[in-house]
Design a protein around this ligand. Sequence first.
Ligand code: BGC
Length: 762
Amino acid sequence: MVTISMMMQGSERKPLYKNPQAPIEQRVEDLLGRMTLEEKVGQMNQLVGIEHFKQNSATMSTDELATNTANAFYPGTTVKDMEDWTRKGLVSSFLHVLTMEEANYLQRLNMQSRLQIPLLIGIDAIHGNAKCKDNTVYPTNIGLASSFDVDMAYTIARQTALEMRAMNMHWTFNPNVEVARDGRWGRCGETFGEDPYLVSLMGAATNKGYQRNLDNTEDVLGCVKHFVAGSQSINGTNGAPADLSERTLREVFFPPFKAALQQGGDWNVMMAHNELNGIPCHINHWLMTDVLRKEWGFKGFVVSDWMDIEHCVDQHRTNINHKDAFKQSILAGMDMHMHGPEWLDAVVELVKEGQISESRIDESVRRILTVKFRLGLFEHPYSDAKTRDRVINNPEHKQTALEAARNSIVLLKNEGNLLPLDMKKYKRILVTGINANDQNIMGDWSELQPKDKVSTVLKGLRQIAPQTDFCFVDQGWDPRNMSQSKVDEAVEAAKDCDLNIVCCGEYMMRFRWNDRTSGEDTDRDNLNLVGLQEQLIQRINETGKPTIVVIISGRPLSVLYAAENVPALINAWEPGQFGGQAIAEIIFGKVNPSAKLAMTMPRSVGQIATYYNHKKSAFFHPVVCGTSKPLYPFGFGLSYTTFAYSNLSLDKKTLKSGSNETVNATITIQNTGKKDGVEICQLYINDVVASVARPVKELKDFRRVALKAGEKKTITFEIPQEKLAFYDKDMKYGVEPGVFEVQVGSSSDDGDLKKASFEVIE
Ligand code: BGC
């Protein structure tokens, strides 16, 4: 340290760490050498923003806070305490700061500290920086995944990064790369769905889009979360235990994490709320150290999720008190605490008592400081109103949000080609349902936005079909408390209309945390429509007028009645700020739908877990009094045109095991209808006989193919041998000789797939 501290720069004797020209490793070491133990632990310390804190301390009780993961305050702590800690350089990061003004304010306080280490402001910018007013709100991840548009995921992440930096925010808690196979879990909407390969590609593109090389004032830190398996808890509820074999973890749940880190930049990981096979993720040495650091070579920092180290005491009961949990967590590999005032003193004490070495603390601090240097925060700690107003929700970003919404809406049923609607034929249209005219269309992780910025379905319809008379019967926003008389009113109104549009689904808005039906901590024990929604659809449909059902929801719903009885069904997921316009454009044929389900829609909750890449024996014995087939399979979605697949051929019949040889699969797709369209062509592989039971098929590639009416294209997928690898009996990863079946087509359903085989030989 002596040498380094002597390396002062120029006549002002500027410390080395303040010299932007110096290599980052040297800046980190120089700074670390100047820090007290308290300042070091302070770099591992995160708090909620003071406006968030003030608001909650005015409205919430300590009891309410005990299990609330969206709101926080610290009983016994004052705003002044938080400001003082910041001035002393004892806070590294704030979260839930929603304005640039507050971010700048906190940063200014922080700049009064001795070493002036900038704050890292974190926020859940899950689909755009949607918690902040006037920022662009894109479709949520499940819709984005249903577009199978990996480039779009990258673009959205880039634009989000620009908006965040303009707001002086530097760290988004996304991508969520959990594999979602259980629709009861309220967080499906913030994931990229059920397929490990699709989630991997989407997660990696998103993380890369946020970070690029993480060496720039236009990049933000991504957070690959939640490690791991919270999406498949034993009972479908958030934070409940996950009990999964190492095989399932490695085959299904790990790959997206590895891909998002290794291809998107391995700077940050958040641990999962749940215990995994008995060990809480937050004190799990195997996950944080053995797998993440030793096996995958992870170099970034690990952050805890919301008070989850504390939950090792009150929920998992693996630790006697918070201090003990903090210790175990750090020793297992934790670097930063989300969030609260207890951490600082407790961890300083642990070091002073010799329970944690200072060198272990240094490791965490190095990782965190490296990120702060790379983001250019030391040189650019503030933003300004001019930049903010130029960047957020600018025309280019709005266009992307609209385009992404168009590409994320799945047409599930279109009997008799009711859609697209003939504007001349249907003069008076009933529009009703809880999601007909509500900002809920934006989805979880967004706050209310200015009214003029959000296109609801009703607004979109009026914009796209200005000549049509839309008769709107408001059902309120709240599915749990629908009014019977409003349902009756809609049924009456349907009699005077030529056609009905019922917008149903879930309610996800965070500001009504306790009243919503989907989203974080909002898990369900069935997947039916809540409240009177089913009755509304049924009675309106029974008026005999053609009825279109539009679902707005982050999770797949078992809309059995609608699927069997109404002629047209659209699953729009949570399509974001321009969702209404995009839905209207699809209804009136200005846009031809192209999206395909990123998650299977089960017929009922009892089918869970229904996912397409199951083992063969999952359906050895069919269920009685029902069917094992889902309502709509993964990868399914209709278009206003038709596509015919033909001539699947492979360029080789055999492949030499262990060689660099690849197989090329070629297929011809023709647009056989009258409209231009985009087809998402999917390639699956089945290892026909293997030493361990393998899935009936696994998605290994896909392509979005634009085809004009009548046009034909031949496309080729290259299949390298690594796409055939799996974990054998001894958990060794590799390719086994034998026959592999290639399946190419328009969905994961066997009936939609062409098949051909090749063999891997010794
Ligand atoms: C969620 C995280 C989120 C954090 C901060 C937690 O409750 O599980 O995904 O990033 O809150 O909002």
